[in-house]
Design a protein around this ligand. Structure first.
Ligand code: HEC
Length: 166
């Protein structure tokens, strides 16, 4: 009697084990790849380039710009100008990309406050400058994707990293 019970118990365990492993393995293979591949095919075609760009922009902003322009991009009045709702930036987005790339040293009035401290060049490439400006426009200025700066529209900006470094 005892022996039969033990054998029966082992059989139950074995059946449950096989059902669990075999069952889940085969459904995974049969269903999961189909669902995922349709999702992933649609996404990159539309948004992955912009998503990657905004992610890069976020990284640049949070490692560099944030120190002066602040986490909310409102700056420090009289010292570091705002990038959020700043009339000066919004008046000329291309100029903003160029300043990020080449630095800036000129007196400027932004939302009625005067700024006149130099900013050294902040990034190495036009792609990085566009990425961080687009991140700023989308995150702190409520821009929709279609209003963001396109690289081809600003590709004639010349890189001149020495502009204000001396
Ligand atoms: C060390 C401090 C500092 C850092 C870091 C910094 N900036 Fe600036 N930024 C300034 C100052 C100061 C000015 C004003 C320059 C002038 O008067 O010519 C300025 C001006 C600007 C302007 C033009 C004015 C405006 O408000 O639109 C833009 C655009 C800008 N910065 C973007 C950036 C971006 C993007 C980053 C990060 C990649 C960055 N800055 C990093 C200090 C900084």
């Amino acid at each position: 009697m005892k022996r039969n019970k033990i054998i029966a118990l082992f059989t139950v365990i074995a059946v449950v084990f096989f059902a669990a492993c075999g069952g889940s393995g085969s459904t995974d293979k049969a269903q999961a790849p189909k669902e995922e591949s349709t999702k992933e095919e649609v996404k990159p075609a539309e948004t992955s380039g912009l998503e990657a760009q905004l992610e890069l922009g976020k990284q640049i902003y949070t490692t560099k710009c944030i120190v002066c322009h602040q986490a909310d991009a409102k700056g420090v009045a009289g010292a570091f100008p705002p990038l959020a709702d700043a009339d000066y930036l919004l008046a000329d987005l291309k100029r903003g990309v160029a300043q990020t790339l080449n630095g800036s040293h000129e007196e400027m009035v932004i939302n009625g406050v005067t700024y006149n401290a130099p900013m050294t060049p902040q990034v190495q490439t036009l792609e990085e400058a566009v990425a961080v400006i687009n991140y700023v426009l989308k995150t702190f200025n409520g821009f929709t994707d279609d209003k963001l700066v396109k690289i081809e529209d600003v590709s004639d900006i010349e890189i001149n990293p020495m502009t204000i470094t001396q």
